[in-house]
Design a protein around this ligand. Structure first.
Ligand code: SAM
Length: 259
C-alpha cells in the first residue's frame, strides 16, 4: 500500500453516506451495500475463516499472480493463508451485501484461495451459481473440500486452472454471469486483459468488482485506465475496491467513497 495513493484517495473522496449521490439507481446501490443499515448474517464465511485461523496444517501453495513465477510452490499454513490472503472484515461483508443487493444468477470469482470471498458472495444470493478459479492445486482442493463439507458443491464450482487457460472459454459458455469479482494476478497487463474480456462478453447489466486497486502502482494505473473506458458507465471506488457498472441507463459518473 502506498501512502501517496492513500492520501490522494482521502482528499478526493467525498461521496459518502449517500448524501451527495445523484443517480437514483446508484443511490439505492449505495444504501443497500456500502452504507446499508440492515443486519446480515455473515456467519457462513466468518465461521469458516475463524476455523481456518486455528488450522495449523500446511499445504503446498503455487506461487502465481503478480509476484509468482507460476511454477514453484511454497508450504504455507492454512492459518496464514486465512490471515493474509482471504477476504475478511468490512470488505468481506461488502461482497456479501453487493451480492445480496444485485441478486445475480451467476457469479464469477477470479482467485478462490481458501474460498472465503466465495462464501461471502454465495451467502448474499443463495440461488446463485458461483464459479471460482484457482490455479494452486492444493489450495483449490482445500476450498473444494470445504464447499463439500458445507453441502455447497452444487452451488459453487471451483475450477483448478490458471485464469489465462480458461477465462475466455468460461465467459463464452456463461453469458449469464451478472457479477464478477477479480481478486488475483494483480498486474497492470493481466487486470486490463481480464477487464477487456469481461467487456467483450458480459451483459450490459453486469457489475465487476476489482479488489486491491491501490495495492501497487500497477493496480492503481490499471484502475485509472478502466475508469476511462467507454464501457465503464459508473465506477465506484473505495480505497481498496473498484466497482464498475456497464449499464448505459445510468448517469455516467465516478464516485470516490470513504469507506
Ligand atoms: C487474494 S487471493 C484470493 C482471495 C479470495 N478471493 C478471497 O476473497 O478470500 C488470490 C488467489 O488468486 C490465485 N491466483 C493468482 N493468479 C492466478 C492465476 N493467474 N490463475 C489462477 N489463480 C491465480 C492465487 O493462487 C490466490 O490463491
Amino acid at each position: 500500500m502506498d501512502i501517496v495513493f492513500a492520501l490522494k484517495h482521502f482528499f478526493l473522496s467525498g461521496h459518502y453516506n449517500g448524501h451527495r449521490v445523484h443517480s437514483p439507481n446508484i443511490f439505492n446501490f449505495f444504501l443497500g451495500t456500502l452504507f446499508s443499515k440492515e443486519s446480515f448474517d455473515y456467519s457462513l464465511a466468518e465461521d469458516c475463516r475463524k476455523k481456518f485461523l486455528n488450522n495449523n496444517s500446511s499445504i503446498n501453495v503455487l506461487s502465481i499472480g503478480a509476484k509468482g513465477d507460476g511454477k514453484s510452490t511454497e508450504k504455507k499454513r492454512i492459518s496464514d493463508i486465512a490471515k493474509k490472503s482471504s477476504s475478511y472484515g468490512k470488505y468481506g461483508r461488502l461482497l456479501q451485501r453487493i451480492s445480496s443487493y444485485l441478486k445475480p444468477q451467476k457469479i464469477l470469482e477470479l482467485g478462490t484461495s481458501l474460498g472465503i470471498g466465495t462464501l461471502y458472495l454465495y451467502a448474499g444470493e443463495k440461488n446463485a451459481k458461483v464459479i471460482t478459479l484457482e490455479a494452486s492445486t492444493e489450495t483449490a482442493e482445500f476450498a473444494k473440500n470445504n464447499f463439500k463439507s458445507l453441502n455447497l458443491e452444487n452451488n459453487i464450482e471451483c475450477i483448478n486452472k490458471a485464469f489465462d487457460s480458461v477465462f475466455e472459454t468460461i465467459l463464452q459458455q456463461n453469458p449469464d454471469i451478472e457479477l464478477f469479482y477479480v481478486d488475483g494476478n494483480h498486474t497492470f497487463e493481466a487486470t486490463i486483459r481480464y477487464y477487456n474480456l469481461i467487456c467483450k462478453y458480459a451483459l450490459k447489466t453486469s457489475v465487476v468488482i476489482f479488489d486491491d486497486i491501490n495495492w501497487s502502482r500497477e493496480m492503481s494505473k490499471a484502475w485509472s485506465e478502466i475508469k476511462k473506458t467507454k464501457e465503464c458507465i459508473v465506477s465506484i471506488e473505495t480505497f481498496r475496491m473498484g466497482i464498475v457498472f456497464f449499464d448505459n441507463n445510468l448517469t455516467q459518473k465516478n464516485y470516490i467513497v470513504r469507506y
